[in-house]
Ligand binder design. Structure first.
Ligand code: PEP
Ligand code: MN
Length: 343
């Protein structure tokens, strides 16, 4: 594939370039708001010769198929995503923590205060929940979003929550600082396109049966529709092993980092489903130079409305964070505090 900077001195609008490409039988994809054209084609000499004649050739990049804009060939340096003042990527770690589901304002505020004090810099909580069973708690929906926004503001903490439906992207993007696409929706392409138009950073979780390249190809949808602020998340894949919820693929971290400039974090909660394994896997993720961790925490896991069995207690999270800070320090990595330190 080829990525071309659309405009040049002799063709400031890039229209001539676009029509030349169309005349060659190609389908130029113009990235909204980004002065870029992505071409699905092989870079043969004839085509490159034509491009030399009609645009600034130093702005032409030959990149891997399917994940052009995500690739290291397109951008060598790490992307640092800014989530309302919290940097993620390029040596800055996200520490995302909170309950699986938002259950009430009081409960979310209590967990939020505890994880924030322990060093978490992004508060999570699901309002729209993708549950395997239709009779299970489906989340508080819009009321949950309002709770998340108000607790996030009260604590001065950026927030993340999942969106499942393209029609809800605008609403979720208004209420949260980071818009999550869950594992089950990693290949919901209409949702990805809408998240590309959302104007808020996105957290894209790896599907449970998806390869690393599938994950990058899904991320490409978001970038191709105008949103370059994407954080990837390894959360385990299905395997024959049945003593853990999924199989954590830690090698995905350096694997993705070799192929892509996007940050990648690790979610040991959904990967293992076991509080006794989560701290070790969280530390292993930091040691593997992941760009962050994503951990479910609940004050009373036995009464949680979803994923209680995998939740860490706030005190377990506090113990883990002491080790995370030590390890981050040794590895010369930094965890931004929450932007509003007055809370
Ligand atoms: C979640 O984060 O609560 C969640 C449902 O995660 P996943 O999509 O990774 O299963
Ligand atoms: Mn969960």
């Amino acid at each position: 594939m080829i990525v071309i900077k659309k405009s040049c001195q002799s063709d400031p609008s890039g229209r001539r370039l676009e029509s030349t490409l169309r005349d060659l039988g190609l389908r130029p994809h113009v990235v909204p708001g980004h002065d870029l054209i992505v071409l699905e084609c092989t870079a043969n000499e004839r085509l490159l010769g034509t491009l030399r004649g009609c645009c600034d050739f130093e702005q032409v990049k030959i990149v891997p198929a399917n994940y052009a804009l995500c690739s290291r060939q397109y951008q060598a340096g790490d992307t640092v995503v800014n989530v309302r003042g919290v940097r993620v990527g390029g040596g800055y770690l996200a520490v995302i923590a909170g309950p699986c589901s938002i259950e009430s304002e009081a409960r979310l505020a209590e967990v939020g205060r505890r994880v924030r004090a322990a060093g978490a810099n992004i508060l999570r909580g699901g309002a729209f929940k993708p549950r395997s069973c239709p009779y299970s708690f489906q989340g508080l929906g819009t009321d949950g979003l309002k709770i998340l926004r108000s607790v996030g503001e009260e604590l001065g903490m950026p927030t993340v929550t999942e969106v499942m439906d393209p029609r809800q992207v605008e609403l979720v993007a208004r209420c949260a600082d980071l818009v999550q696409v869950g594992a089950r929706n990693m290949q919901n392409f209409d949702l990805l396109k809408e998240v590309g138009r959302a104007g808020k950073p996105a957290l894209l979780k790896r599907g449970m049966g998806a390869t690393v390249k599938d994950l990058l190809t899904s991320a490409e949808y978001v970038l191709a529709h105008g949103n370059p602020h994407v954080i990837l998340c390894e959360r385990g894949v299905r395997s024959f092993e049945d003593s853990t919820r999924n199989m954590l693929d830690l090698a995905a971290v350096p694997n993705v980092q070799g192929l892509s400039h996007l940050p990648i974090i690790v979610d040991p909660s959904h990967a293992t489903g076991r509080p006794d394994l989560i701290p070790a896997m969280a530390l292993a993720a930091v040691a593997a130079r992941a760009d962050g961790i994503h951990i479910e925490v609940h004050q009373d896991p036995a009464s949680a409305l979803s994923d209680g069995p995998q939740a860490l207690l706030p005190e377990q999270f506090e113990d883990l964070m002491q080790e995370v800070f030590l390890l981050a320090d040794v590895l010369d990595r930094f965890i931004d505090p929450c932007p509003d330190t007055s809370a």
